[in-house]
Ligand binder design. Structure first.
Ligand code: HEC
Length: 109
């Protein structure tokens, strides 16, 4: 409950003053683990999927970064791994504040 309250508050702060709210790294990483994202991604090494630092670099300075990544991790778009098409995993949380925290953490790397 405490975590959810924190996320809720953080979400509110981010809307009010984006620059001052740091994403909760522990919550973000816990959600990655829970959703098995770690199978294909790591923070700084390429696996089947790009390193999150590369993702952050790719989206740096882009205004629609957060929206794009939120869509990517919640709608299961088609991706290609070694020539095989498959649906990208969805994050195992329906809590938008939690999803946003994860995206903001990735973009902060
Ligand atoms: C089966 C392997 C696999 C799993 C599991 C996986 N991903 Fe990915 N992910 C990929 C691949 C491959 C790409 C590159 C897709 C592309 O660029 O078309 C990607 C791309 C991404 C991107 C960048 C999207 C962009 O627009 O550049 C993010 C962010 C991401 N994944 C997050 C996650 C999260 C969060 C999870 C867990 C819910 C996850 N991934 C689980 C393989 C995986």
């Amino acid at each position: 409950m405490k975590l959810l309250t924190t996320l809720f508050l953080a979400g509110g702060l981010m809307t009010a003053s984006f620059a001052y709210a740091a994403p909760d790294a522990d919550a973000a990483q816990a959600l990655l683990k829970k959703s098995n994202c770690t199978k294909c991604h790591s923070v700084d090494k390429k696996k089947d999927g790009p390193a999150y630092k590369e993702v952050a670099k790719k989206y740096k300075g882009k205004a629609d970064a957060e929206a794009k990544l939120l869509t990517h991790i919640t709608t299961g778009p088609m991706i290609e791994i070694d020539g095989v098409k498959e649906e990208h995993s969805k994050v195992k949380s329906s809590d938008v504040a939690e999803q946003k925290n994860l995206v903001q953490w990735i973009l902060s790397l």
